[in-house]
Unconditional design. Sequence first.
Length: 532
Amino acid sequence: MTAMIVSVPLGFVSRDGAIVAATLLLAGLALAIGDMVVAVLRSLWSLVRDGAPATDDDIAGGELHSYHWTVTYLHVTDPVRAKGLLRESFERAAALTDTRLSPDPAFGSGLVAIRTESVTAALVRAFLGTLTSVTPVAGTPWLVIGAHGPPRKDGPAGDASGRFQPPRHDAVRPLSGIRLMIIATLAGLAAVAQGVAATERQACAAVDCGGRPATFTTALPWTLRHVVGQFPEPATARSQVLGALALILVPVMVICVLMTLAQRIRYRRARRDLMFEVLNRTAAKPTVAILVVSDVEREAVVNAFTARSPGLTPVVEPVGRHAMLRLGSSGGARIVLAQSEQGTVGVGSMPWTARNLIDKLAPASLVVTGICYGLRSRELDSGDQELGDVVVSTQLHAVDHRKVTTRNDGSRHEIIRGPRPESASALLSHARALSRGRRPPRIHFGRVLSLNTLVDNLEERRRLRALDEEAIAGEMELAGLYAAAASAKCDWILVKGISDWGVLKADDHQAAAARNAAEFVAELVAQIYPAA
């Protein structure tokens, strides 16, 4: 259309201009005819192909055919390694769809898909259907990689696991062509005025031009009068045609500018609405505060959540006078990690750290994780615990608060006066459900002793077991966590790995115990706060 409009004034300027005008006209006609042919062919193809109404799977497959780009995903020469590499790479790709694709909600849900036809080995093609990280689109050769499958007809309305969020076109930044359109309009008016001046000079070359618009300074206002619907005289027929072109050009460009402005207004409103939606989701997303003591425990937690969300980068942020690591989102919760000093006494210890997090972040749950010592050793106590097993607290028994008296026979008598609160029932029920049918390391539930003593003595261990025969583990921070959480009515629980037995302590099993506990915490958070 633009080529046809521009060709009209060029045809009146000169012979060369007429040749250019003819070329532009033919090019415009060729493009228009090509568009019409393609539209007719597509309509015919849809009529031939769509004898029956399109299903959801047909639509999903058609869209995947239309919107994709191709890249070599994996090249394997050893058939033995193909299945393992495919499984690992698809699991990573599935995780990336949740953390890296479509950071802007205006573009809708991001997804990665693969065509089964592009897989050269028949055995590997058959293996693709067994992977839980991919979902086939029925009736098409496409497999969608990701935690969310293609749109389902039978899924519940609130189930986000079976549908994608469509893009919001109004919220996608439009091309800003207002300046270009204004400049093009002014340039077009200048070209028309120059054409009018050249035509009039040629017409009155042998006589006095008089009031004719024979110069650019007189032709420009003459042209502008055509824009407002006036047709001034005197002028040649060719100049009147050029003036009429200006009458068409300017309103068309004004309409284009107004449409672009309307699109930008819709864009700003849509972006504002998206901003409020994101703020509402962020405000509604609960915070889970995870607390550790040692560097080994901290790195175990970071690695556990990073493994579930590839690309996650912990960010150090101040919270009051304390520093914390913001681990981003896991499922439907925001995860923060704080490192406390050991024990419950002194600035920076567990009660001070937990209280600071509660005051500044108001977390929905507090989880203390890391390492502890077991009190039900298979070797020492004929119990069922092994190093590396995970302990989940059902109840806290604070044993520092006690009364020591002397019996009538002169023997020492000790009475424990510390509280015995229970862990949050909601957290505990999810932990029990998660532990069901789980492979080693085993998950042990029971009462946990908490005291400000680093136990590495057999006699002290025996004394603690005698104080509470039902206790399954001991550590130094849970009493402090409870003290901070109780006043704020915040849910709390302990999840720690057994690194020793409270005797002959060594660092050999600390990393493994902390890792097992952190991985269980990451799974627990994902189960309690699933992604919306």
